[in-house]
Design a binder for this molecule. Structure first.
Ligand SMILES: N[C@@H](CCC(=O)N[C@@H](CS)C(=O)NCC(=O)O)C(=O)O
Length: 205
């Protein structure tokens, strides 16, 4: 299994999930501007969508779309999901909200946009994060242990920190809790987001 990722991109969620699952995997970074992987391969030949995450399975199939990749990981490695009748559906519900509402709302921050557009995006994202904070069920979205939805949410919270988006205190605490996890620290070190000596990550860059 091989993950194609880019520094501080949404693929960090998949990177964390693989490390949390404790399974062997390969990883290679992608320059999203040049569409070249670290070893010089044209990333468009891996996926013609040209964006991360892309997860190449052992049988050669390529999975894309963060919701699908994280759902596949949680199905394959159940400790990354939540149990119960509605477990998978609740995780998908959270992943869809994070992807199609929160992630999408960050677009003006990453692309050339006016200050007005950025201010509007900040306000929108804050409201969406408020909704998520109200649905916390303990330390994480679904209880005492994190699921793939928390990993994706964590990336959004790092982006919020980077772009000065106000975050409700419950989610700031979740961000710190996640940052203290060894798998998260390993992923962040590997992506060059924290240095080898950093124990806990409170900032993304
Ligand atoms: N629909 C995709 C979008 C993924 C996405 O936005 N990836 C960004 C990084 S967070 C990317 O690779 N952007 C580069 C590009 O689109 O050229 C998904 O949900 O996985």
């Amino acid at each position: 299994m091989k993950l194609y990722y880019s520094q501080l991109a949404c693929s960090l969620a998949d990177h964390i999930a693989l490390l949390e699952a404790g399974v062997p995997f390969e990883r290679e970074s992608v320059n999203l501007k040049t569409k070249r992987t670290a070893s010089g391969v044209d990333f468009n030949d891996i996926t013609r969508k040209g964006y991360v995450p892309a997860l190449v399975l052992d049988n050669g199939e390529v999975l894309t779309e963060n919701i699908a990749v994280l759902d596949w990981l949680a199905t394959e490695y159940p400790t990354l999901g939540i149990p119960g009748n509605l477990g998978r559906t609740r995780v998908l519900e959270a992943l869809a909200f994070i992807s199609t509402e929160v992630h999408r709302s960050f677009k003006p921050m990453w692309h050339a946009s006016s200050e007005t557009q950025k201010a509007q995006a900040r306000a929108t994202i804050s409201k969406l994060l408020d909704i998520l904070s109200e649905s916390l069920a303990g330390n994480y979205l679904f209880g005492a242990t994190p699921s793939v939805a928390d990993f994706y949410l964590f990336v959004m919270l790092l982006w919020a920190e980077r772009f000065d988006v106000s975050v409700p205190p419950e989610l700031a605490a979740l961000r710190q809790r996640m940052a203290n996890r060894p798998a998260v620290q390993e992923a962040m070190r590997h992506e060059g987001l924290i240095s080898a000596n950093d124990r806990a990550a409170s900032t993304a860059a």
